[in-house]
Design a protein around this ligand. Structure first.
Ligand SMILES: [Zn+2]
Length: 306
């Protein structure tokens, strides 16, 4: 277990080769170099998050060569677009070149990234780099659903919109088989959300039914260079197709109550219904009260008239 590293942040001026006219600064820590345009972000929290996550990932960083991971914070959409040919692209806010130990992240002040939270995106992309580095002997045939699922699992992510997508697709019975998510994810937003959600849930269920040590045993087999399908069957005890079928069969039962309570429309519909009932009840009470006052007034008038 490594000790928590002291983070030394310093800056220097340099010219980035991809944009010769732009001035970049770099903040360095023991395992990371963060590049950013001068004055656009505060690098210290980024370096801090990165080092904390690196320390948590000691099971993947054992024996890691002593080379730093580069994180480039793209200030503009154009900067980010220049990196879109990365092998791993996530939600148009982060991408990773695991082999080159390089990560690109949209400027955290941009709305889309603020929603997903900087730390979450950072951990996810670092997880990609560390997992690839540790399992590179087997990396050629590790399916994308597993690559994304383990990055989400390690980064401890929670994205509510994905959860909603998963729930709606479980009950409309329109999930995708994992075999269709082996090489690439759909590009349409809804289906891409679903692909991430399925990847996340498949890994979560694997850990639920087999335990986290089974997942780590699988990672160790991949580290040793065993092909993914062999490593999976040897450690999990099912082939991937059996796992896929059993996992999908588990979904309606696991989420039936949650579906009821996390359905946004149903929730707000319920709140709206309660509000309407409450309004009608109060109106009825107010009318009764006014009627009573009117009757009392008439009685008083009658008294004075007497
Ligand atoms: Zn990813």
């Amino acid at each position: 277990m490594p000790t928590q590293p002291t983070i030394a942040v310093f800056s220097l001026w340099l010219l980035f080769p991809a944009a010769a006219s732009a001035v970049w600064e770099v903040a360095e820590s023991p395992h990371f170099r963060v590049y950013f345009r001068a004055g656009t972000v505060a690098p210290a929290p980024i370096v801090q998050h990165a080092e904390e996550f690196y320390a948590e990932m000691h099971r993947l960083t054992r024996g890691m060569p002593n080379a730093k991971i580069d994180i480039r914070i793209c200030h503009t959409q154009a900067d980010f677009q220049a990196a879109v040919h990365a092998p791993i692209q996530d939600w148009a806010v982060g991408c990773a070149f695991p082999r080159q130990r390089r990560i690109f992240i949209q400027n955290p002040t941009h709305l889309a990234l603020a929603k997903l939270q900087l730390a979450q995106v950072l951990r996810h992309e670092i997880a990609h780099v560390l997992f690839w580095q540790y399992t590179q002997k087997a990396s050629a045939d590790i399916p994308l659903w597993f690559v994304e699922g383990i990055a989400i699992y390690l980064a401890k992510e929670w994205v509510p919109s994905r959860h909603e997508t998963l729930l709606s697709r479980i009950f409309s019975n329109t999930l995708m088989p994992l075999s269709e998510l082996a090489r690439e994810f759909p590009t349409a937003q809804g289906d891409a959300d679903l692909a991430y959600a399925q990847s996340q849930d498949a890994l979560r269920w694997l850990v639920e039914v087999k335990g986290s040590e089974t997942l780590w045993a699988l990672v160790e087999h991949l580290h040793a260079g065993h092909p993914f399908h062999t490593a999976f069957e040897d450690t999990v005890g099912w082939d991937v197709a059996t796992f896929d079928a059993r996992w999908r069969a588990s979904l309606p039962e696991r989420y039936q109550w949650m579906a009821l309570f996390s359905n946004v429309y149903l929730f707000w519909g319920g709140i709206g219904g309660l509000a309407l009932l409450s309004y009608l009840f109060c109106r009825q009470r107010r009318r009764k009260h006014l009627k009573k006052l009117a009757e009392q007034e008439q009685e008083i008038d009658a008294f004075f008239e007497a």
